[in-house]
Design a protein. Sequence first.
Length: 132
Amino acid sequence: GTFSLLYFTFLSIFDKERKEVSMGEVGGIGPTGPQESKKMYETEYKHAADLFQRALDEDMKSNNKYQKEEFHQVMNKANLVLNETAKELKRSDLLKQNQQIEQDYKNYMSHPDAAAKQKLQEDLERAKRSPF
């Protein structure tokens, strides 16, 4: 559905940007200087948190196990992006925040109830408001 499209758009944009950054770094010249790279990672971090949040909402609403599987894949991928971007930005505060997200995500996957979802939602909201 619409969500899958959103997810694949997100992935292709992320992959494309990553390649451009890598090529820029290898060549030493190019459109992505350190400042642009930093900005891109910050944007990716917030996008990933937002996508994670949307997948979580959809997962709670769905009773279709195949759909749920798709949402879990999106959340896993968004979680990876959160960790990668935090590492690239060399931000220990974000990495710490991500550990909390990961912990609450595991709890949610074990017990997908409203309380677990609420805790994870709060983590993701905090991530989206991270100061850069």
